[in-house]
Design a protein around this ligand. Structure first.
Ligand code: ADP
Ligand code: MG
Length: 253
């Protein structure tokens, strides 16, 4: 098995004709926790969408190699198979993951079934408890529109944890959560990494958060990676002006 699980080579991404990411390269090592840090609008979500094969994003150049397969050339059905079991994706918009009108239980059942797994209330109770989703029976009977954004976000997190993907992409997943729950989510991510060897990519605008958990940090600015390396190196000896600015703006690491 290669040490690199995901290799993004020289990609350019657009919406319709509008360029968002240009000639970006990035590799993700098996089993690492990589944080991509950048300000709002720098193209972080667009990059993750491209990795998931989201058709709203056009890949106009380059390749996205996941375990020796180029995702860019893949057909819809092939991509669908990769998503969920092998590549998990927790979106920034917590309502985006679910059908607003169907119960959480129905959606859990369907998702697990489509990945060849069985729905068990006891499995759910544990992860729901950790994420402070108390009263899991009531939550399972609810529909997304009846729950808050923060709850939907935690339910989406629970769903992706249960599916145990090899690579988990997390897009600003703690921004709608309070400090305690956010810390619990981060702790669970670290546990997934150490106990299951899950490779994790976290997108965030918060370099302080990245500094606590990342093995490596990539700094993204205006659709490009401007700095990339071991966390300690990026945090202690930043080279790019934008990284230095981000670090100055953090209260105290
Ligand atoms: P980030 O996640 O870093 O905040 P995004 O990837 O969401 O950045 O957005 C990068 C740029 O792409 C922004 O200028 C944004 O307005 C634009 N953009 C994002 N989503 C869409 C979309 N669905 N259609 C057109 N433009 C988009
Ligand atoms: Mg975003």
């Amino acid at each position: 098995m290669s040490e690199t699980i995901l290799k993004i080579q020289d990609i350019s991404l657009t919406y319709e004709e509008c360029p968002v990411v240009t000639n970006l390269s990035l590799d993700v090592k098996r089993g690492e926790l990589l944080c991509i840090v950048g300000e709002s609008g720098s193209g972080k979500s667009t990059l993750l969408r491209a990795v998931c094969g989201d058709e709203s994003v056009q890949v106009t150049e380059g390749s996205i190699i996941y375990e020796a397969c180029d995702i860019v050339g893949m057909k819809g059905a092939e991509r669908q198979k990769l998503k969920g079991t092998r590549i998990g994706y927790i979106q920034q918009n917590p309502y985006g993951a679910f059908n607003p009108l169907r119960t959480i239980e129905a959606q859990f059942r369907e998702t697990l079934k489509s990945h060849g797994k069985t729905f068990r209330r006891t499995d759910l109770r544990e992860i729901f408890g950790i994420l402070e989703l108390n009263n899991s029976d009531e939550i399972l009977r609810s529909r997304p529109y009846e729950l808050s954004g923060g709850m939907n976000q935690r339910i989406a997190i629970a769903a992706s944890f249960i599916l145990r993907p090899e690579l988990l992409l997390c897009d600003e997943i703690t921004s709608a959560l309070d400090v305690t729950t956010a810390a619990a989510v981060m702790e669970e991510l670290l546990k997934l990494k150490s106990e299951n060897g899950t490779t994790i990519v976290i997108v965030t605008h918060n370099i302080g958060q990245a500094s606590n958990i990342a093995d490596r940090i990539a700094i993204m600015y205006q659709g490009k990676i401007v700095e990339f390396g071991e966390s300690e190196k990026v945090l202690m000896q930043p080279e790019h002006e934008y990284t230095k600015k981000l670090l100055r703006d953090v209260p105290r690491l």
